[in-house]
Design a protein around this ligand. Structure first.
Ligand code: 1CP
Length: 365
């Protein structure tokens, strides 16, 4: 409340951008591309700005977060900025003890495992989001007609860190909890959906032109568990921004890794486009979505992906052939945004990323 909404096309200078056009199923004037983790350790200018300041602190300094967001856009000529932040920032803003430990990832002071732990979680306040809104406003003013993508963690991925207290491989803690203590799980996932939905909404209200929900670890779930214990919470997170989305509103992308079996269910959580990791060719992803329409009748939707990050270091000829293959497979979808199948590896040579962008832009849409 009280924040001016800039969601209609008349006031958004990004409406005709390649990214937004492709995400709405239109034909863009060039093939849009951006990279998950395009801001970060692959860039020497990032490492320099981050010297002496912790990851989460840097996210909460608006000028710094904005500058880090802009660095890869200037360097690579990508078709979008991805807001520099982290999925655990809503925890920090709600004053849940969390830090990002270099070389490890998000670590909580105390894992959230019991009904009492969940009941004690503080709610995220509107005022605490002001540094986020300020960073978005600064960034959007600099980006002009290039869209900014806002994002949040999906409830399962965020809750997985909260239950485990740290990164894990199999996510046994949250997967046990949803069966052993479904009420506790639902309360925790509802909290995470509110926090993430609120965080995403703040970014869109402040000027982000698209949103992405990261359910990076949803691939550890069976389809049945996803549908019963996770999809309703992801739908609740999307519902918090649904009034800003719709055909002329902000497109919403839903991404995870290892999600080949749950892509239609991820679409049906309320996404306008689905991000696919490198394990499934995009023409097969398109076939699966088309074959399994949702209750609303939607089958095929625009796709995002899915260059294999491993091939960034495989030599140019191998990489070029792979990227051309991804472009061809993605051309069957109603819209295609090029991206990696997961984040940029930290040791990636950034000049290779720039060359990939040039290659993609050289292929006529
Ligand atoms: O000091 C550093 O540079 C820390 C590395 C780093 C960075 C650059 C972390 C720690 N987070 C980020 C930024 C970040 N995180 C962005 C914005 C920048 C961009 O994409 O260009 C985004 C979108 C995220 C989202 C995020 N954080 C996800 C979802 C995306 C994904 O990679 O799957 C997840 C799972 C996290 C948790 C997290 N934060 C950081 C790390 C190393 C991790 C993963 C830890 C693990 O393996 O579980």
């Amino acid at each position: 409340a009280g924040h001016p909404l800039v969601t209609d096309d008349a006031t958004r200078s990004t409406a005709r951008s390649a990214l937004i056009t492709a995400l709405r199923g239109g034909t863009p004037d060039r093939r849009p591309v951006w990279f998950m983790r395009q801001a970060g350790r692959s860039l020497p200018e990032y490492r320099q700005l981050r010297e002496g300041i912790s990851m989460l602190d840097s996210c909460l300094q608006p000028e710094l977060a904005s500058e880090i967001t802009l660095q890869p856009v200037r360097r690579h000529d990508v078709d979008a900025g991805i807001f520099f932040s982290d999925i655990v920032i809503p925890l920090r803003l709600a004053e849940v003890g969390v830090d990002i430990v270099p070389g490890v990832g998000p670590v909580l002071d105390a894992p959230v495992r019991t009904a009492a732990d969940v009941a004690a979680l503080p709610e995220l306040t509107e005022e605490s989001l002001e540094p986020i809104r300020e960073a978005v406003r600064l960034t959007v003013a600099e980006l002009g007609s290039t869209p900014l993508i806002g994002f949040a963690g999906a409830p399962f991925t965020l809750a997985a860190y909260m239950v485990e207290g740290k990164p894990s491989r199999d996510h046994l803690g949250p997967r046990t909890m949803m069966h052993a203590e479904p009420d506790t799980w639902n309360a925790l996932a509802s909290w995470a959906a509110r926090a993430s939905g609120h965080f995403l909404r703040a970014q869109i209200e402040a000027g982000a032109s698209a949103g992405q929900l990261f359910d990076s670890w949803a691939g550890s779930l069976s389809l049945g568990d996803y549908l019963t214990h996770v999809q309703p919470h992801s739908a609740a997170a999307f519902a918090q921004v649904a009034d800003l989305a719709g055909p002329d509103g902000v497109p919403l992308i839903h991404f995870g890794t290892g999600t080949s079996e749950i892509l239609p269910a991820m679409r049906d959580a309320g996404a306008s486009a689905v991000g696919v990791d490198y394990r499934l060719p995009l023409d097969e992803a398109h076939r699966r979505l088309t074959a399994t329409p949702g209750a609303d009748g939607r089958g095929a939707v625009p796709l995002q992906g899915n260059i294999d990050p491993a091939l960034l270091e495989a030599g140019w000829d191998v990489l070029e052939a792979h990227v051309r293959g991804v472009i061809e497979a993605g051309s069957v979808a109603p819209g295609h945004v090029l991206n990696l199948g997961h984040g940029v590896p930290p040791h990636t040579d950034p000049t290779v990323l720039t060359r990939v962008v040039e290659l993609i832009h050289s292929v006529a849409p």
